[in-house]
Structure formats: C-alpha cells, structure tokens
Design a protein around this ligand. Structure first.
Ligand code: CA
Length: 334
C-alpha cells in the first residue's frame, strides 16, 4: 500500500474497526469510534445510508429500529411493514434519537448479550460529516492519521427512493480531502454494479473494495458464488483494489484441520487485497474447536491464522485491541 505511513506500516496488515470498537460500545456511535482510535486501529468503518434530506448518516441498516429508540419517539412514522426507515427522517430528527446496542427485533434482546448494557449511557446516530470531523480532529491532536473506511449501503434501494448515495458520499469525502488512492480512505460496497460505477462513472480515484456476501443473505441481486471464482476475481480487479469476503470464504475446515482456500491465491494473482470480515471474540466461526482446546485462546488463534497463514492485507473486527495485539506480537517475532 502506498500512503503516508512509515515503511514498517506498509507491510503490516491493517486493522479495521468494524462499526468502531463495537465489541465494547454501541456500534457506529462516536464513542465507539473514539475508543477504536485510541486502541490503535488503522481504519474506522462507516456504514452509510441517506436521510430524507439527503444527508449521509452513519448507520448499518436502512432501518433505525434495531439500534435506536425511534419507535418510542416517532411511533406514527412506521411504514406498512412495521419498520422505521432512516430515509423517512431528516438528519436533525435522526440526531435526536438515542442509540443503543443492537437488538433482535423479535425478542427485544441484545444480539450480543455480553457487550455494553442495553439502555445505559447516552449515544446518538452521527452524520458522516460529524464523524469525519471527529476522526480528523483526533488525528490532529494525536498526530496519528487513522483512516476512514466507508460502505455504501443498499445503493439500488436508495435509487428506488430517488437518491444517489454514492454521489453524496464522494462529494463529502472530497470536501474532507479524501480523493486519491494514496489518501487514507477506502470505499466498499456489496453491489458490484455500484462499486464499478464508483470507479467508471463517478470516476473516483479512492481505493475500492468489493464486498462479497452470501447469496442466501440477499445483500444485493448478485451471484456471489460466481464472484468468488478465479474469473470473477479477475472481473473485480478491473475496477477494485481488493475484496472484502466473509472470513469463512478464505479457509476450508474439515473435521480435523483448517487450510487456506484457493480463493486466496486467485485474489493475490489478480492483484486484489484481502480484507475479510468479521472477527468477533463473542461469535467465533463454526470451526472454532479446531483453533485449540482452550476457548479463551481461540479468538487469538483465529486472528493468528489469518495474519500468518492466510496472510490478509487487513481485517474487520469488533475488537481492534485484540487484533492489534496479535498482529504486533507476530511482527515482533519476525
Ligand atoms: Ca459494513
């Protein structure tokens, strides 16, 4: 990677704080981002959707009801499907909501019960502008240039609603000085048509990452299994700098061992960086028993596997402190 970092940093894989230090504080709150910065994360992730007035908002879903008290504050703004959509609210209205740990709508219980207590503390959903101001402000004081890693959420859905989220995001990033490959900024998207559009039609020079999901999850109307073939990866390399696959896509686990999937070699051959998601200490992959007998050490073993054997260029984690500790212990041992 060519950026303003030192030579040592250039070869170290990057740790991307997934929705901030979301293992410790409610996702996508400025508190979670500040903590991730302090922990030493290289990049902070922003998922972005648009408000009614076209303002980029940092929010994982197009809905507000899994992470805020929108149902209590605006009971009449529900759509027929029972959901509350960010695009039906102005940025000012969204800013008034109280943000909390993600809940399962069916049960009302937190998705990760061991994390920050539900209903405690006071947090809000930030606009992308607020967040960029925060990151650059902390960068200035600490002298450490932490990057931003923006995801364009549900571009096709936004277009149906009459809005172009990619254009709005690029304009704002440009205003904050993020416009070239060398700048500390990635833009990621699950929809390959949109990622290509960012490069070819909107002509951004920023680093682009093609996210790869599961067909059954319906992140975009696309065949992800095809994208994960050697040919599919070559096509991605026409417009993107790397891929963001599920971590399970990069390894093959049988009953006794975990080995590296051929996808890894194909990506490297196509010149694509690998930034898999999501490394969570409290939600390990199905093959976790193969990572050692002691459950407490399985997460570190998982990180070590991806840094040392898979040799990723970066990874998304809810626990940036843990990933940094494992990565840096490894680089000292080299
Ligand atoms: Ca994301």
């Amino acid at each position: 990677m060519t950026n303003s970092a030192t030579a040592a940093d250039d070869v170290r894989p990057i740790v991307i704080a997934h929705r901030g230090a979301s293992g410790y504080l409610p996702e996508h709150t400025l508190a979670a981002k500040s903590l991730a910065h302090a922990m030493g994360a290289d990049y902070l992730e922003q998922d972005v959707v648009l408000s009614k007035d076209g303002e980029p908002i940092v929010l994982h879903d197009i809905h507000l009801d899994t992470v805020t008290d929108v149902r209590e504050q605006f009971p009449n703004r529900v759509r027929k499907d029972g959901r509350f959509y960010a695009i039906d609210f102005t940025a000012r209205e969204i800013g008034r909501l109280n943000a909390h740990e993600r809940i399962d709508l069916k049960t009302g219980r937190p998705v990760f019960p061991e994390r920050f207590p539900l209903g405690k503390g006071r947090f809000h959903v930030p606009t992308l502008r607020e967040e960029l101001e925060l990151v650059q402000g902390i960068n200035r004081g600490t002298g450490r240039e932490v990057g931003v890693y923006v995801e364009i959420k549900a571009p096709a859905w936004h277009r149906q609603e009459g809005k172009d989220s990619s254009a709005a995001v690029l304009e704002l990033l440009d205003e904050f000085g993020y416009r070239r490959r060398a700048d500390k900024c990635f833009v990621q998207c699950f929809d390959p048509r949109e990622t290509r559009r960012l490069r070819e039609e909107l002509k951004t020079d920023l680093k682009l990452i093609q996210l790869i999901g599961e067909n059954r999850r319906k992140e975009a109307a696309i065949d992800y299994d095809k994208l994960r073939t050697r040919e599919g990866l070559k096509t991605i390399a026409e417009y993107a700098d790397g891929i963001g696959p599920r971590l399970e896509h990069l390894v093959i686990a049988n009953a006794t061992a975990v080995r590296v999937d051929p996808l890894v070699g194909w990506a490297k051959e196509a010149g694509l960086a690998l930034h898999p998601y999501t490394f969570r200490a409290d939600s390990l992959p199905e093959f976790h028993a193969l990572l050692g007998d002691e459950p407490d050490k399985q997460f570190d073993a998982l990180l070590q596997l991806f840094f040392e054997k898979v040799k990723v260029e970066g990874l998304f984690t809810d626990f940036p402190d843990r990933a940094i500790a494992v990565r840096d212990a490894q680089s000292r041992a080299d």
